[in-house]
Design a binder for this molecule. Structure first.
Ligand code: KMH
Ligand code: ZN
Length: 277
């Protein structure tokens, strides 16, 4: 509670479609506008997936370059951009790593395989190690995507092996069918396990998927964790009611946090907490 809350917004993702959520930002211009609204509402990090000109998920450097330029144009240079190296299920590891050469401040690092709805999201040990090496080679701070306890335990094994270096940010992604759900007991266990390791300069946050988005945010605020929301993870504002925008989801978390007496981090404060130079 002493530290301001870092709000990340996952504005687009690879799995959500405009058919399911008409407010989903897909073009670079739409993503720039959505990011601006989110930053104004209190987000300091934009977790970024991009699409190609046909609207399909893309890991091409040019598509990331175009969207990042648009986000910076509309939000100003302060906003932190965290590119996805997860991509869409089935994308090759080589393609997933491509945008790292743009040297973003942060990138996601998926450290384990899991069933992902009806698909399998493959993150084989050798690929995780190769991705981590490319992340560090480009001077990027990783956010470890942790979908279940085994992934968190793998993170410490990888740290011991020297594959992972501090600082890193751990994101508990809870509620993917095939991973750990967003029951409060799971979050408490994972956060306590993380905190017991006292890993220097490391922090945790939670992204609740679907109906878990709001309860996970509500619990992370007093627990001292950080929060990710956004249409990538959840298209609804409340049961059966679509969110009007990404910003609407950010606004609610910012409001709850302030009500609880926890300030919202500016991008500069977020950088300091995450050890980003
Ligand atoms: N699209 C999911 C399969 C990430 O951004 O690193 C993986 C994902 C995680 O979205
Ligand atoms: Zn993602």
């Amino acid at each position: 509670m002493d530290q301001p809350l870092i709000i990340t917004c996952a504005i687009t993702g690879a799995e959500t479609s405009k058919e399911k959520q008409p407010a989903l930002p897909v073009t670079a211009e739409e993503q720039g506008r959505a990011a601006k609204e989110c930053v104004e509402a209190g987000a300091s990090i934009i977790h970024l997936h991009v699409r190609d000109s046909s609207g399909k998920p893309s890991q091409k450097i040019e598509d990331f370059k175009k969207t990042i330029a648009e986000i910076k144009k509309q939000c100003g240079p302060e906003v932190m951009i965290q590119i996805s190296t997860g991509g869409a299920v089935g994308e090759s590891i080589e393609n997933r790593a491509r945008p790292l050469t743009l040297k973003p401040e942060m990138a996601s690092l998926n450290i384990g395989t899991l069933n992902f709805g009806d698909d399998v999201f493959m993150n084989a040990p050798k690929d995780v190690e190769a991705m981590a090496a490319q992340i560090y080679a480009n001077g990027v701070v990783p956010e470890l995507e942790v979908y279940e306890m085994g992934h968190l335990e793998s993170a410490y094994r990888l740290q011991k092996k020297g594959v992972l270096k501090t600082p890193f940010h751990v994101q508990f992604v809870l509620g993917v069918p095939g991973g750990t759900s967003g029951e409060v007991e799971h979050l408490v266990h994972m956060a306590r396990f993380f905190e017991a390791r006292k890993t220097e300069n490391c922090s945790w946050g939670v992204a609740g998927i679907g109906r878990y988005q709001l309860p996970m945010a509500m619990h992370a605020i007093p627990m001292g964790g950080h929060v990710r929301v956004g249409l990538e993870d959840n298209i609804f504002y409340s049961k059966g009611v679509l969110a009007k925008s990404n910003a609407q989801l950010v606004e609610r978390v910012a409001r709850l946090s302030k009500e609880a007496g926890r300030a919202i981090a500016t991008p500069a404060q977020a950088r300091k907490m995450l050890g980003i130079k």
